[in-house]
Design a protein around this ligand. Structure first.
Ligand SMILES: Cc1cc2nc3c(=O)[nH]c(=O)nc-3n(C[C@H](O)[C@H](O)[C@H](O)COP(=O)(O)OP(=O)(O)OC[C@H]3O[C@@H](n4cnc5c(N)ncnc54)[C@H](O)[C@@H]3O)c2cc1C
Length: 413
């Protein structure tokens, strides 16, 4: 293998493929995607819950999420595929805010200003739309499991156009769209070295000894990004740490299969969503304390959830869905966030090595942000606009920014 390209993208996860597709949509640049695995979805993307929610604490991130989700919601138009494998499941995203008085109304007003369809629901609205969900505003006791008398009366925040997608199917669609537009994608192609001369990138070398030349290289290697940063000789202020994230899967009985939105139970520290048309539920954590297990080697970590994690999350789930039976199959899976330890937000853009770009450190946000993050990079690299662009300010995510000040560094930041 050998050749010359304008842009080489390392990694065929959702970030690399979104960037490649956003380049193909808007330019005639010759793009090569190199993926060390045998197919798409081998890294974080394949393990992702792929929840697409809009609300973040900072408006620029909301804009990036909004513009990314727009591509997923108009997937056929975005990909140009007549029959894509993936479909946006617009179940809505419900935030149960516990006893945080006024939070839902404030967020509703903020989201209206950003063009996002949201509602504030009272207990009666919730009971009518999602009768399976308890309206309790008290957090379950996850230490002792002790029951309490539930108390309603909260205000609940609902993102009407939120939802989720099958992340591997979405990546497969982007692969098909890219190849259809002339992007070259090679699998089983592990990049071993970033080549450079005179302070500028000149291409990459593969583990098999072959070389590709390009004046622009994008590091979209997810949890493996640090190996490439090291190869490029870059020492950044960011600690981008592969971090084990546990997810529980359980079967849902027929009565619950249609009646659940994507739910963020803030006080209980869980989120859940339907899967496979409601036959299953995906259950994860929103707690910063569950995002601390750093992994030295992204190829080698425990892929099954801990019993203690599963028990605590299931206890919180039963509190929120009282009719959920205690019988049925429960399984688990773990994947990797690449947590930006300083501010849990991605670094996107050029580095001091001319032509070398980063799209790394997406923590738990990368699926929903991918189409818009790809747009940011594609615009920087090609200078061209596109219908599926973003109004989010690229400076906010730049590699040489100061860390963003945040009150919480959890996935809900
Ligand atoms: C359990 C879990 C739940 C999540 N839930 C959500 C969610 O609900 N919503 C959301 O928005 N985000 C979520 N995320 C985060 C999101 O999935 C990630 O941010 C996103 O998938 C990162 O995509 P990526 O393309 O950067 O990385 P990856 O998908 O890891 O892709 C990187 C690719 O690069 C390849 N690669 C690495 N090194 C090399 C090399 N040297 N040469 C060639 N190829 C290489 C890898 O094989 C891999 O395929 C979740 C993540 C996890 C793990």
């Amino acid at each position: 293998m050998q050749g010359n390209f304008d842009v080489i993208i390392i990694g065929a996860g959702i970030i690399g493929l979104s960037t490649a597709w956003q380049l193909a949509r808007r330019s005639r640049l010759r793009v090569l995607v190199l993926e060390k695995g045998a197919g798409v979805g081998e890294g974080s993307t394949g393990a992702s819950s792929a929840v697409c929610r809009y609300r973040y604490s900072l408006d620029t991130v909301v804009q990036l999420a909004r513009d990314g989700i727009k591509a997923y919601r108009h997937w056929e138009e975005f990909t140009g595929l007549a029959e894509p494998a993936a479909r946006f499941e617009q179940d809505g995203v419900l935030w149960l805010t516990g006893q945080s008085a006024g939070w839902a109304a404030r967020e509703h007003a903020r989201m209206q200003g950003l063009g996002i369809a949201t509602e504030v629901l009272k207990d009666s609205d919730l009971a009518e739309r999602f009768p399976a969900l308890s309206t309790c505003t008290l957090a379950p006791d996850l230490e002792t499991g002790e029951e309490h008398d539930c108390v309603g009366g909260g205000e609940h925040f609902f993102e009407v156009e939120g939802g989720y997608m099958d992340p591997t199917a979405a990546a497969s669609d982007l692969l098909a769209a890219c190849r259809g537009a002339g992007v070259t994608v090679h699998f089983n192609a592990a990049v071993a070295e970033i080549r450079q001369a005179g302070g500028a990138v000149t291409g990459v070398s593969l583990a098999d000894g072959s070389h590709y030349a390009a004046g622009c290289v994008v590091n979209a290697a997810g949890p493996w990004c640090n190996v490439l940063l090291h190869s490029a000789g870059l020492s950044l202020p960011w600690r981008l740490s592969p971090t084990r994230i546990q997810i529980v899967y359980l079967d849902l009985p027929p009565a619950l299969q249609t009646a659940l939105p994507v739910t963020v139970d803030m006080d209980a520290g869980i989120y859940f969503r339907r899967q496979n048309r409601g036959q299953q539920l995906v259950l994860g954590s929103t707690l910063e304390s569950d995002e601390q297990e750093r992994v030295a080697d992204p190829e080698n970590f425990n892929r099954l959830a801990d019993d203690s994690f599963m028990q605590a999350k299931l206890h919180a789930l039963h509190h929120r869905i009282p009719s959920l039976p205690y019988t049925g199959r429960v399984t688990s899976y773990c994947g990797l966030y690449t947590v930006n330890e300083q501010d849990v937000h991605p670094v996107i853009g050029p580095t001091q090595l001319a032509g070398f770009y980063l799209a790394n450190g997406f923590s738990g946000h990368g699926f929903k942000l991918a189409p818009a993050a790809g747009a940011l990079l594609a615009r920087m690299i090609s200078g061209e606009q596109d219908a599926f662009d973003t109004t989010a300010d690229p400076a906010f995510f730049r590699v040489d920014r100061a860390p963003i000040a945040l009150s919480s560094k959890s996935v809900l930041a």
